[in-house]
Design a protein around this ligand. Sequence first.
Ligand code: KIV
Ligand code: ZN
Length: 392
Amino acid sequence: MTRKIWMFDTTLRDGEQVPGAKLNLYEKLEVAQQLKKLKVDIIEAGFPSSSVGDFNAVKEIAMKVGNTDDIIITALARAVEADIDAVYNSIKYAKRPLIHIVLGSSDIHVDKKFGKSKSQILDIGVDAVKYAKRFLPDVQYSLEDATRADFEYLWATIEAVVKAGATIINVPDTVGYAEPDEYGELIFKINDRLKNLNDKVLLSVHCHNDLGMATANTLAAIKNGADKVECTINGIGERAGNASLEEVVMAIKTRSSVYNAYTNINTKEIIKTSRLVSSLMGLDVQVNKAITGDNAFAHSSGIHQDGLLKARDVYEIMSPTEVGLDDMELVLTARSGRHAVKNALEKLGFNEMTNKQFEEIFEAFLELADVKKEIYNHDLYVIVENYYAKND
Ligand code: KIV
Ligand code: ZN
C-alpha cells in the first residue's frame, strides 16, 4: 500500500542558519507563503528564542500562513522552559501549531556539550515534553546527533518521551555522519519498536549533507519506515546543508514503485520556490544541482540532443514541466547537430527558412559556437537577424 510521506520544510530555520542568508520579516513571509503553495505539510518558521526579530517573524507566519487547516506551523526550542514559552507564544496563532524540542542524545553531546549524565539528560527531555504538553497536544522531540548515539540509550529516551506525550520522534543525522545502509537499519530498528509502543507516533528523519549523502540517507529511511522527512529548498542549511526537498520529492515521484510512497507536494511549484529562496537569501544554486540547477534539464551534447528530439524519454527521466519549467532547454554547442539547431530556431518562431538559408545560418552558428562555446536563444536571434539583414 502506498504511504503518504509528510514533508517538513526547515528552510526558514536550519536553512536560515547559513552565514549571510538572514531574511527580514517580509522576506520570510514571502518564502512561507510560497512553501504553502508548494504544499509542504509542516513549516518550521524559525527559532523564536534566538531574537525578537525571529520571534516576530514566526508569529507573523503563524497568523498569516498558518491560518488554514492544511498546514502545520512549528518552531524550534531547546529543552528549557523559556525556549518552549517563546515557541508557544509565537506559534499559538496558527490553526495547527506544533512545538519542536531538541536535545542531544549521543555520548559526545551528553558529556562534552552538557557535562551531565545520560539519565540527567533523559530526565530533562521528559520534563521538557511534559512542560510543552501543558500548552499544546502536538510535540515533536528531536534526538540531536542520534546517529552517533548508543542505540539502547536512544531507545530508552524515545520510550520515555513518547510516554510523556511526544507525538513525533525525529532522528537527526546532525553532523551528516551516517551512510544509507546504516541509517536505514537504524530507522528500521526504531520503527519496529515504536510501532509496538505507540503506532500513532510519527517517525521523522533529518539528514545533513557533510558527506554528500543527505538525500540518499533520507530515502533509505523512507524505505525503512520513516513517516516524515525534514528538508530544505535547494538543500541549504548548516555547513554542507540539509537533504534537499526537491531531490527527495522527485525521487519519490519518479521511482514511486521503489518507495511505495507519495507526497502532497505540488511539484510544479518547485522551480519558483527554488528561485525565490535563492534570490532572497543570496545563495546561488550550483548549475549542476539535481532538479533545480540551471543545467538540470539542459542537454548539450549533439548525440543527446538528437536522441531527445526523437523521443523525450531517450535521455529524460522526468519532464521539466513537472517541476515548473516551461520546457526542456537545449544549450547548443559546436557539437550540436543540424537537427537540434533547426528545432531551436523553430521554437523561436523561425519556421519559414529555405534549406539554403538554413545551411548558411547553420554555418554562422558554427562559427559563433567555436568562439563562444555555448549558444543560447538570444544568440540565435542575433545570428538570424544578422543573416536576414545581410541578405536583404
Ligand atoms: O541537525 C539537527 O540535529 C537539527 C535539529 C534541531 C533537528 O537541526
Ligand atoms: Zn539540522
